[in-house]
Design a protein around this ligand. Structure first.
Ligand SMILES: [Mg+2]
Length: 379
């Protein structure tokens, strides 16, 4: 393609922000609600410039500096070239490069990423995906979980997922599950994500029985195996009725499909940061061919555009919401016309798909400058 935009510069701005009232409990590796605490979040605001004046922009989780040498001088439209090149790497380079190149592709063709993908869903059902439970505040007791679920239902959400970690007592998790089932089980899809917290297969089994009793919609990453063992999850599925959602903890789409083929999961987890838009569409195709659904991890413009083109996907993950603190979306303040968060759904619990070329979002560059701690330019 003679008119293809050629990549001339890659600019990476390392950004960080402080979130109030979020911290780590002593002895816990995972952030939770902790009044008075502060936590730093960081991301890489990335721009890929081309000789046609088209600029790809996205707040990426990974620094694509390592890819800059290969990108410079190459067509920004050849996503397949970069996908093949970086599929050999274990980390998130593939997903990051692919994600930002889709923004350029959309802007070049004057179409949204959704349109380029053949997107057909204008409204995406969202579930409220809570922050980790804490020892105080709104997600610290079975009743407070159930209260927040009701609040989310009032807002419009049809689904509600809890991350009960890091409360150490298994019975606390079981009590929260049963309280949710009693309070909203007949009116919301309920999910549990232990984030691979339960130490033993037996503990995962006990929680799974509670999910069965409460009629949960899915049970995600139950236990301490790293979310990857085929045998263990296949065995778990023999004992419990609640469908499993696995695949977040393995990176490649090949590993994810292996979990499906091994009967180790019911739903498969898709991930934009690791697999990009391209890889997630490939995974959705593989899942469709096997007759199952893909559920995309996390929220953001790329997640919305991708899900809009996938029929076999149920929910958009509005993560992490909490009754007492702002949504933990690290990037909300950098957008001029886009937001995720507890109130970012309509009265039916849906989110929309941004219009406009590429991802259809505009950035607040003054806010981005305020958050920038370092800038690296490759040209
Ligand atoms: Mg998860």
């Amino acid at each position: 393609m003679t008119d293809a935009p050629i990549i001339t510069k890659v600019e990476v701005q390392q950004c960080s922000r402080i979130i109030k009232d979020i911290g780590r409990e002593p002895g816990s590796g995972t952030p939770t609600y902790l009044p008075g605490a502060e936590m730093e979040q960081s991301f890489y605001m990335t721009r890929v410039f081309t000789d046609k004046g088209i600029v790809g922009e996205y707040p990426l989780a990974a620094d694509i500096s390592r890819a800059a040498e290969l990108m410079l001088g190459h067509s920004a439209l050849e996503r397949g070239f970069f996908y093949a090149e970086y599929a050999r790497y274990p980390m998130n380079l593939l997903g990051a490069v692919d994600t930002i190149l889709w923004d350029i592709g959309g802007k070049f063709h004057n179409a949204s990423v959704s349109e380029l993908l053949g997107g057909f869903r204008k409204k995406l059902p969202a579930y409220a995906s809570t922050m980790n439970g804490g020892v105080t505040g709104g997600l610290s007791t079975p009743e407070s979980y159930a209260d927040f679920a009701e609040q989310c239902k009032e807002i419009g959400y049809k689904g509600f997922k809890i991350h009960p970690y890091p409360r150490p007592e298994l019975q606390d998790h079981i009590d929260a599950i049963l309280a949710l089932g009693q309070r909203v089980g007949d009116s919301m899809d309920l999910m549990l994500d232990s984030f691979c917290f339960y130490r033993t297969f037996a503990d995962a089994l006990k929680v799974g029985y509670a999910c069965d009793e409460a009629g949960f919609f899915w049970y995600e990453d139950p236990y301490f195996d790293g979310g990857a063992t085929e045998y263990g999850h296949r065995k778990l599925r023999w004992y419990i009725k609640t469908p499993l959602l696995q695949g977040e903890k393995v990176h490649s789409i090949q590993q994810k499909v292996n979990l499906l083929l091994a009967n180790a999961t019911d739903f498969i987890r898709g991930g934009i940061p690791a697999n990009g838009v391209t890889g997630t569409m490939k995974l959705a195709g593989a899942a469709e061919a096997l007759g199952v659904d893909v559920e995309i991890h996390g929220c953001g413009p790329a997640q919305r555009h991708t899900m809009s083109a996938i029929g076999n996907s149920n929910y958009y993950e509005m993560v992490w919401v909490h009754p007492d603190v702002e949504c933990l979306q690290m990037t909300n303040e950098i957008y001029a016309n886009y937001a995720d968060g507890l109130d970012a759904v309509d009265a039916d619990g849906n989110v929309g798909v941004p219009d406009g070329p590429g991802y259809g979002v505009e950035y607040d560059w003054k806010a981005i400058e305020r958050l920038t701690t370092a800038t690296v330019v490759h040209e």
